[in-house]
Design a protein around this ligand. Structure first.
Ligand SMILES: [Zn+2]
Length: 194
C-alpha cells in the first residue's frame, strides 16, 4: 500500500470537519485527498488517529478502507449539512460505523511516573480504523454549536471549519488561502463600480 498522498488541510479545528474537507472544490478544480487505501491511512495518521493496530491486519486493504472512508465521508456531509440547515438525515450509515467500536482501556504506569488510562480500539477489519472519525462525527452532530460550524465564505471554496475564535467572526477556511483572495476580489469589484 504505497501511494503519495497530497498534503491535506487541517484547518477545521474539529476532526469530523477536517475529514469532510478531504474532498475540496468541485468540477475541474476538485481535489481528492482520499484517493486510495494508502492515502486514507496516511490521512488518519496525519489526523492523529492511531493506525498502529493496522499492522495486525492483512497487508492489503484491497480498497476496503478506501470504500469505507468515502461512504463515511458522504454520510458525514449529509448529517452535518442537515444539522447546519435544521433538517434531518437518517443516521443508519453512521451507526454502522459506530457499531464497529471495540474500545477498551489500559492502565499505563511507568515506575516513577503518574498512572494514566489509555483508550484503545481493537481492530479486526480495515474499516474499524475509521471508528474514531465516526465517533467525532457523532459527537459533533450531538454537541456541536452549529452557529459556529461554518463553511468558508469564498463561494468557490467548499471547506468547513469550527469557529473557535473569541469573537466568533471567523469567515475563511484560511486567510492565505481564501481570505486575502476574497478581499482583493471585493476591492477590485468596489474600484470597478466607482
Ligand atoms: Zn476557503
Amino acid at each position: 500500500m504505497h501511494s503519495t498522498a497530497p498534503t491535506a488541510f487541517f484547518i477545521a479545528g474539529h476532526l469530523a470537519l477536517d475529514f469532510i474537507n478531504t474532498e475540496m472544490g468541485s468540477g475541474d478544480s476538485r481535489v481528492e485527498y482520499l484517493g486510495d487505501d494508502a492515502q486514507v491511512l496516511a490521512w488518519l495518521e496525519q489526523a492523529g488517529v492511531s493506525v498502529a493496530e493496522a499492522d495486525r491486519l492483512d497487508n492489503d486493504a484491497s480498497g476496503s478502507l478506501h470504500t469505507a472512508a468515502l461512504a463515511l465521508r458522504d454520510t458525514a456531509k449529509n448529517l452535518l449539512a442537515a444539522r447546519k440547515n435544521a433538517g434531518y438525515e437518517n443516521p443508519a450509515m453512521l451507526n454502522s460505523f459506530l457499531a464497529r467500536s471495540h474500545c477498551y482501556q489500559q492502565l499505563r504506569w511507568e515506575n516513577g511516573q503518574s498512572p494514566a488510562c489509555l483508550h484503545h480500539h481493537r481492530i479486526s477489519a480495515w474499516a474499524d480504523l475509521l471508528v474514531p472519525v465516526a465517533e467525532a462525527i457523532a459527537e459533533l452532530v450531538v454537541s456541536g454549536d452549529f452557529n459556529l460550524v461554518k463553511q468558508c465564505e469564498n463561494p468557490v471554496c467548499t471547506l468547513w471549519f469550527y469557529d473557535r475564535t473569541k469573537s466568533h467572526q471567523r469567515r475563511w477556511c484560511d486567510m492565505a488561502l481564501c481570505g486575502n483572495r476574497m478581499k482583493v476580489a471585493a476591492f477590485r469589484a468596489k474600484s470597478k463600480n466607482k
